[in-house]
Write a protein that binds this ligand. Structure first.
Ligand SMILES: [Zn+2]
Length: 271
């Protein structure tokens, strides 16, 4: 049963990658190719770097340089989470994450990403499968005008490519025990293949004890900035030591966060 779920979730993860790739024009000079193996899909995705966090390929140019994408849309992420209203329809987060027995960690040139295809997030009876989590430094979302040193994103998808992301702020404080489990394996250099090894670890240990949250509908915060993403940003931060924050930040592009976007006519809800 566990294996069956793992295979399904891996399939979903790669379906998402394919979906994200094909929802944008291929960069100039490249055409879409039929990819028939997982390795090829990952390879194609990894070498297609045509955006960044600064200069001429930075966030203010994403809408121009990544054509047919949603980066210039009106329901984008991240945002400053302020002026939220209580919504009685919101419920406690239904998370059924399970322990994992394999570490798969990647430096994709934009972030440090841990593939974690076990566990679900159920929203209104719809099951979103956890695919991976990754880091931004500083945080992408602000809470009432305040930016945190880091933010971690847990990315979930449904078989229909609906996306839900849980964001957790990381404040400077005591050493984070969960981060220590993959501390020595974080790849210093960008690579196309993840580092893999047998390792028992449990993403539940990363979550804050109190899981109150802000909710709104936004987008992916990297190209193609796909809209319709359900965001759940935890109100309570987790902690990491100054040394841990500095180390993880040093392995990613400097300031790998997208600036906050206009709220426009959206509402922020809170639980
Ligand atoms: Zn992210």
């Amino acid at each position: 049963m566990k294996n069956k779920n793992l295979i399904l979730n891996l399939f979903l993860a790669f379906a998402l990658i394919l979906f994200l790739q094909t929802s944008c024009n291929a960069p100039s000079g490249e055409t879409e190719e039929q990819t028939d193996t997982v390795a090829e899909v990952v390879h194609e995705e990894a070498h297609e770097v045509h955006w960044s966090y600064e200069g001429e390929t930075g966030p203010e140019h994403w809408a121009e340089i990544v054509q047919d994408c949603s980066c210039g849309g009106t329901a984008q992420s991240p945002i400053d989470l302020v002026g939220a209203s209580k919504d009685k329809a919101l419920k406690a987060l239904q998370l059924t994450y399970t322990a994992h027995d394999e570490l798969e960690i990647l430096n994709n040139g934009h972030s440090i990403q841990v593939n974690y295809p076990v566990g679900d997030f159920v929203i209104d009876g719809v099951k979103y499968s956890l695919v991976q989590f990754h880091f931004h430094a500083g945080s992408e979302h602000f809470i009432a005008g305040k930016q945190f040193p880091m933010e971690v994103h847990l990315v979930h998808v449904t078989p229909e490519n609906q996306i839900a992301v849980i964001g957790i702020m990381i404040a400077e404080g005591k050493e984070n025990e969960f981060f220590k489990t993959f501390w020595a394996d974080m790849p210093a250099e960008k690579a196309e293949e993840p580092v893999k090894k047998a390792l028992a670890f449990d993403v539940n240990k990363m979550l804050p004890a109190k899981k109150n949250y802000y909710h709104y509908v936004g987008s992916l915060t990297t190209p193609p900035c796909t809209e319709g993403v359900k965001w759940f940003v935890m109100k309570n931060p987790i902690e990491a030591s100054a040394e841990q924050i500095a180390k993880i930040s040093s392995l990613m592009p400097k300031n790998n966060f997208r600036p906050v976007q206009a709220l426009n006519d959206r509402k922020i809800m809170e639980f």
